[in-house]
Design a protein around this ligand. Structure first.
Ligand code: AGP
Length: 366
C-alpha cells in the first residue's frame, strides 16, 4: 500500500483535504453539458431501462446509509420517483418485499461490509435489480452486484469516512440528474445542475480553508457531554452524518433529530449544557429552521449553525459557513464543516482519530 500520510498528522485530515480532487475524479467524463445530463457508464442502463424504474431504494450501513438518504432525496426531487434509504444491516432480517421495478443501490466504501453484501445476496435471491455504489474495485459487493457506479474517492484509511461519503453523494446527484432527464426534468434545470456540480470541487476547497474558524468553535464546545444535530428534509441526512462523525471519533454523545420532532419530546433535554448543531440551508424551509433555532435559544441551549443562508445577527452562538450552490446540492457542502467540527473536537480531546476505540474500517462480521 503506497498511500502515505505525507505532511498530514492523520489519514482523516488527509482524506478530508483530498475531497476537492476526489470529487473532480467522480465527475470526470460523466457530465454531459450538451444534453444537460449525467451518464454513469458502469450502470449499463439505457434510457428505456431508466424509464422502467418505478422506485429507488438505497441500502448501506452507517455513513453509507446517510449518503443513501441524500441520494433518495435527490432522486425524489430531480426525477420525481419515490425513493428511500434503509440500513442494509436490517434488510435481510425482515423478509423484505423485493419489487422487480425498483432499482436497488447497494452503497459501500470498502465493498466488504458483510451486512451490505448480505443485503445484495438477499436481493439477488429474490430477483431484485441491484447495482453497487462502491469505492474499492474488485471488492465483494462490486463483484456480487456486477454493475454499478465506482466512487473514485481513492484509498480511504481512516475509520471515519469522509471523502467516500462526499463522492457517494456526488454520484447520487449524477444518478438523480440522469433519471430526471429521461423524465420531466427540463434542460434548463439540468444545465443548472451540471454547472453547479462543476463548481463543487472549488467550493469544497473554500470550506476546507475555514479550518481555523471551525477549530476555534470545536475547542469552545469540546467539553460538552452531549450534542444535538438538528435538520429537516435536505438537512436531515446532514445532521445524521454530523452526529455519526462526532460520536465515532470524539466519543461525545451526539443525537440527530428532525427539527419538527424536537417538540414531541427531545426539547425537554435542552439546557445550557446541551449544544445543538442546526443545519440551515438557504431553501424554502429557512423560516422554519430559524423558528427551530429560536425555540432552542428560548430554552437556554447554545446553537451552532452550519449554513449558506443570511441569518439575523446574533441568532446563533457560532456559525459554520458554506458557499451557496443549487439547493439540491446543499447536503454535499453542508456536511464538510461537520466533518471538520468532529475532527477538531476529537483532536481537542486527544482521541486517536484514525483508529477510534471498538471500531474497524470495514465490518466483515455480523
Ligand atoms: C463511517 O465513518 C463509519 N466508519 C461507518 O459507518 C461506515 O461508513 C460503515 O461501516 C459502512 O462502511 P462501508 O462504506 O465500507 O460499507
Amino acid at each position: 500500500e503506497d498511500y502515505q500520510l505525507g505532511e498530514f498528522p492523520d489519514f482523516m485530515r488527509k482524506e478530508m483535504a483530498e475531497q476537492p480532487e476526489a470529487v473532480r475524479r467522480a465527475l470526470r467524463g460523466r457530465l454531459d453539458t450538451r444534453f444537460a445530463t449525467a451518464r454513469l457508464g458502469g450502470l449499463r442502463l439505457d434510457p428505456r431501462d431508466l424509464r422502467a424504474v418505478r422506485r429507488v431504494k438505497f441500502l448501506g450501513c452507517g455513513t453509507a446509509y446517510y449518503a443513501g438518504q441524500v441520494g433518495a432525496n435527490l432522486v425524489e426531487e430531480l426525477a420525481r420517483i419515490p425513493a428511500d434509504a434503509e440500513p442494509a444491516s436490517e434488510f435481510r432480517y425482515r423478509n423484505p418485499v423485493v419489487d422487480p421495478d425498483t432499482l436497488y443501490v447497494a452503497i459501500s466504501q470498502s465493498g466488504e461490509t458483510l451486512d451490505t453484501l448480505a443485503a445484495v445476496q438477499e436481493l439477488k435471491r429474490k430477483g431484485g435489480n441491484v447495482i453497487g455504489a462502491v469505492n474499492v474495485v474488485g471488492s465483494a459487493v462490486a463483484r456480487e452486484c456486477g454493475s454499478g457506479v465506482f466512487l473514485h474517492a481513492g484509498p480511504e484509511v481512516s475509520v471515519a469516512s469522509t471523502k467516500a461519503y462526499t463522492n457517494m453523494a456526488v454520484s447520487f446527484a449524477m444518478l438523480a440528474l440522469w433519471l430526471g432527464r429521461v423524465r420531466d426534468l427540463s434542460a434548463h434545470h439540468g444545465t443548472r445542475l451540471v454547472t453547479a456540480m462543476q463548481q463543487l470541487p472549488e467550493q469544497i476547497a473554500s470550506i476546507l480553508e475555514t479550518d481555523y474558524e471551525v477549530a476555534a468553535i470545536a475547542r469552545k464546545y469540546a467539553h460538552a457531554k452531549h450534542m444535538f444535530f438538528i435538520g429537516r428534509v435536505r438537512g436531515w441526512p446532514v445532521a445524521r452524518e454530523g452526529a455519526q462523525k462526532l460520536k465515532e471519533i470524539s466519543y461525545v454523545h451526539a443525537e440527530a433529530y428532525q427539527a419538527a420532532e424536537l417538540k414531541h419530546g427531545p426539547l425537554a433535554l435542552i439546557d445550557a449544557e446541551m449544544p445543538s448543531v442546526v443545519v440551515v440551508p438557504q431553501d424554502e424551509l429557512l423560516a422554519k429552521n430559524i423558528g427551530t433555532i429560536e425555540q432552542i435559544k428560548a430554552r437556554g441551549g447554545p446553537v451552532i449553525v452550519v449554513t449558506n443562508a443570511d441569518l439575523p445577527d446574533g441568532l446563533a452562538d457560532a456559525v459554520l459557513r458554506v458557499p451557496r450552490n443549487e439547493p439540491e446540492l446543499d447536503p454535499i457542502l453542508l456536511t464538510i464543516p461537520l466533518q471538520m467540527l468532529a475532527y477538531h473536537v476529537a483532536s481537542a480531546l486527544g482521541r486517536d482519530i484514525d483508529k477510534p476505540r471498538n471500531l474497524a474500517k470495514s465490518v466483515t462480521v455480523e
